[in-house]
Write a protein that binds this ligand. Structure first.
Ligand code: TXD
Length: 319
């Protein structure tokens, strides 16, 4: 059986890490696409040269033309510009909407059957715009944010409880940003819900609330430390987990920005919810019973995403 083909659209910090992870896991042949000339070609060649040492077989190619993504099974989109100091939200929206339009048209023309994972920020708006511009089925376009936010929450919880990260599960729903919703009742250590662990004296509500807040500002904490750029190892690892679930039909239940058609009382919007990802793309949207505070926070998230989309439609009336 021929190898799968993975197109990475954006060969920056996350794109390069995506390529390295996909090659190490032998998920398929890889095309690194970017408008910057040289960067995709240089990173592809460098990762290819690590193959003999690591022992992975994967063809890696750098590209500046959308023809080279032809027939991709998966496209992971990180193309765009990160928000710079002094740049307004609408400035960022304006620039990255234009990028999503070019990327969407490129995918529509050359990889219309791909499963598309959007990572570009502001994520909840960019994944919706990318779907609109590409015209792909809604279940084949999804946004990566919840897997990263949940991973941050899980890391802090494992550290708090001094247990293996393998046994910590967590749900972070809603938008990618201050309005994200870590769902404490559905987060567990080996199936023991957090509220029970607090009763068992493993931690306190105050300490868990501090971890929730640190998760919410997880991206900003790393930006503050790095000074230039934003997180890229955990975002890339999260995107690869979603791609792997599609490519191997693993049917993982993951928190992703998915298109809702009435679930959670939301229609025609992309929001972070639990979904099952398999060979059919987003195969199921899972509706969990949100308790009062989580329900209110989720609605705040939905309202924030709606406001972003109004701004997008104001910038590009074709949306
Ligand atoms: O959880 C999440 N979704 C977030 C997403 C987590 C971390 C980072 N988040 C966002 O991902 C970040 O704010 C950016 O919007 C993207 C990519 O982050 P990265 O750190 O990889 O940004 P880089 O290193 O600036 O890479 C962006 C690349 C760069 O090489 C540009 O030349 C390229 O995008 N670029 C384009 N490629 C193709 N087509 C167009 N038009 C284009 N414009 C820029």
């Amino acid at each position: 059986m021929a190898r799968k083909k993975i197109a990475l659209i954006g060969a920056g910090m996350i794109g390069g890490t995506l390529a390295h992870l996909a090659a190490m896991k032998e998920l398929g042949d890889i095309v690194l696409f970017d408008i910057a000339e040289g960067t995709p070609q240089g990173k592809a060649l460098d990762i290819a040269q690590s193959g003999p040492v690591e022992g992975f077989d994967a063809d890696l190619k750098g590209a500046n033309s959308y023809e080279d993504i032809a027939g991709a099974d998966v496209c992971i989109v990180t193309a765009g510009v990160p928000r710079k100091p002094g740049m307004s939200r609408d400035d960022l929206l304006g620039i990255n909407l234009k990028v999503m339009k070019a990327v969407g048209e490129g995918i529509k023309a050359h990889a219309p059957n791909a499963f598309v994972i959007c990572i570009t920020n502001p994520l909840d708006a960019m994944v919706w715009a990318l779907r609109e511009y590409s015209g792909l089925p809604h279940n084949m376009v999804v946004g990566m944010a919840g897997v990263l936010d949940s991973a941050r929450f899980r890391h802090f919880l494992a550290d708090e409880f001094k247990v293996s990260v393998e046994d910590v599960t967590a749900f972070v729903l809603g938008g990618h940003g201050d309005t994200m919703v870590p769902v404490v009742e559905y987060s567990t250590v080996a199936g023991i819900p957090l509220p029970d662990l607090i009763k068992m004296g493993w931690s306190t509500s105050e300490r868990i609330e501090k971890i929730v807040q640190r998760t919410r500002s997880g991206g900003g904490e790393i930006v503050g430390l790095l000074k230039t750029g934003s997180a890229f190892y955990a975002p890339a690892t999260s995107g690869i987990a979603m791609a792997e679930s599609y490519l191997k039909d693993k049917k993982r239940l993951l928190p992703c920005a998915a298109h809702l058609t009435g679930q959670y009382g939301v229609d025609d919007l992309y929001v972070g919810v639990p979904v099952v990802i398999g060979a059919g793309g987003v195969e199921r949207v899972v509706e969990i019973d949100l308790k009062d505070e989580a329900k209110a926070n989720f609605q705040t998230s939905v309202d924030a995403v709606k406001e972003l989309l109004v701004a997008c439609k104001g910038i590009d009336s074709s949306l």
